[in-house]
Design a protein around this ligand. Structure first.
Ligand code: GDP
Ligand code: IMO
Ligand code: MG
Length: 433
């Protein structure tokens, strides 16, 4: 039996969906542990694409249990749409989905507030550039102990009471942010829609924590799927330009209610370069034509919002921070093929500010804004051969680049991904063994 956590090592969109899909071959239970429909995880099999937002990326493998952990924030309507889309493809048979009753619910007022705040700060240095999916406001409600949980969707009187109490506090906020206060009829519609969604989801709602614990005790392989990435973690990321949940590996334990001693390995996913969506520091960002060419080569447009992703060189100090935060035992390097178009590939190996060098992102935002990346340069390798299955199939310069990342990150490579498809993968070691 093994318990494996897959975690984004950067600012999200590292290719977690692809890696989780691959590792689900061996797992019996796949657990999404954090965030909500801010995530967009892409799976490509034989050229066919599926993007998951809430449902675990193990969904393409029939017979596996797909669990939504209690640490998530779930928009019931988005979840129903996603379930329908999966079932239309013959996936997610009855009984395969388990929704944690303790997960929190995103309601329309969370999305309204998220959008109003974004509009207010748009185009200013304060704009976080959220996905407007209501993530922050839903986690705020949770921390304030007035959140609505999935279990509340099954008890109409309790849901009505909770919504009423929340609206009492939030109406002045909505107006302060420049929004139109929703009337009683609208609030009633939100509530009855949520109840109707709850009734449809009811057969899949249960005790996710106990299920996961039991699976571990029965010696089954359990795979945890992180969302976002370590640098977007609420406690340790580039605050305040972060999401509102625990995105690091520890979030898996917190979400499922298991102890850290149950975990056998943590696989961090990193692109061979770096991307970021939304605001916040990005020391290795490439502007202008250089950034655009990487964006086009990598198809770097958000899987959830369609926004162009900011692109830049691999940032090892940031990656090393992810390695430390999540205790990574293995690294999956993705999108190596995208760098084929580059005559030369740069990697940031440290930062300098006025003569002082840093090997991890400093916490002080004033320092961060003045960081100067220190780059190592590697020769490009041109197009990769069509069928790359082993490291030995790579051109020598690509092999050297991969080896340098492994050495500089200080973590052994588990796999290298050379294309979006499941079979465009060099498998190096088995995290479940
Ligand atoms: P996630 O949020 O971490 O699951 O990543 P996203 O799905 O948001 O973004 C990753 C994108 O890169 C998706 O479009 C994937 O299909 C694609 N992808 C994953 N691995 C590779 C790879 O090795 N090469 C290329 N070219 N694309 C990849
Ligand atoms: P996956 O799982 C990339 C970013 C947003 C914004 C910040 C806060 O696909 O890797 P939020 O809506 O969470 O309040 O936005 O976090 N963000 C992501 N960036 N990938 C994601 O998920 C993200 N989820 C949130 O762009 O900067
Ligand atoms: Mg994504």
């Amino acid at each position: 039996m093994s318990v494996v956590i897959v975690v984004g090592a950067q600012w999200g969109d590292e290719g977690k969906g692809k890696v989780v899909d691959l590792l689900t071959e061996q797992a019996e239970v796949v657990v999404r542990y954090g965030g909500g429909a801010n995530a967009g995880h892409t799976l490509v099999i034989d050229g066919q694409k599926l993007v998951t937002h809430l449902v675990p990326s193990g969904v393409l493998h029939p017979g596996k249990r797909c669990v939504l952990g209690d640490g998530m924030v779930i928009d019931p309507h988005t979840l129903l749409e996603e379930i329908s889309a999966c079932q239309a493809r013959g996936l997610l048979a009855r009984g395969e989905l388990l929704i944690g009753a303790g997960a929190h619910v995103i309601l329309p007022y969370h999305k309204l507030i998220d959008g109003l705040r974004e509009d207010r700060h748009a185009a200013t240095a304060r704009a976080i550039g959220t996905t407007r999916r209501g993530i922050g406001p839903a986690y705020e409600a949770k921390a304030a102990r007035r959140g609505v949980r999935v279990r509340d969707l099954l008890v109409p009187a309790r849901l009505r009471e909770l919504v009423a109490a929340n609206m009492e506090e939030l109406l002045p906020l909505i107006q302060h942010l420049g929004g139109a206060a929703p009337g009683a009829a609208e609030i009633e519609r939100w509530t009855s829609d949520a109840l109707a969604a709850g009734a449809r989801l009811a057969p899949s709602i249960g005790d996710a924590g106990r299920h996961v614990y039991q699976a571990i005790k029965e010696q089954r392989h359990v795979l945890f799927e992180g969302a976002q990435g370590c640098l977007l973690d609420l406690d340790h990321g580039t605050y305040p330009f972060v999401t509102s949940s625990s995105t690091i590996a520890a979030g898996a334990c917190q979400s499922a209610g298991i102890g850290p001693t149950e975990v056998d390995s943590v696989i961090g996913i990193t692109k061979a370069y770096a991307t970021r969506v939304g605001g916040g520091p990005f020391p290795t960002e490439l502007h202008g034509a250089a950034g655009e060419s990487l964006r086009q080569a990598g198809g770097e447009f958000g899987a959830t919002t369609g926004r162009p992703r900011r692109c830049g060189w691999l940032d090892l100090p940031a990656l090393r921070m992810g390695v430390r935060l999540s205790g990574m035992s293995g690294l999956a390097l993705t999108k190596l093929d995208v760098l084929s178009s580059m005559p030369e590939v740069l990697v940031c190996v440290g930062y300098r500010v006025e003569g002082t060098e840093y090997d991890e992102p400093p916490g002080d935002p004033d320092l961060v804004s003045r960081l100067e990346p220190i780059y190592a340069r590697y020769p490009g390798w041109g197009e990769l051969p069509r069928d790359v299955r082993e490291l030995a199939d790579l051109p020598a310069a690509a092999r050297d680049y991969v080896a340098a990342i492994e050495r500089l990150a200080g973590v052994a490579l588990t796999l290298v991904s050379v294309g979006p498809d499941r079979n465009q993968t060099i498998r190096i070691s088995d995290p479940f063994s």
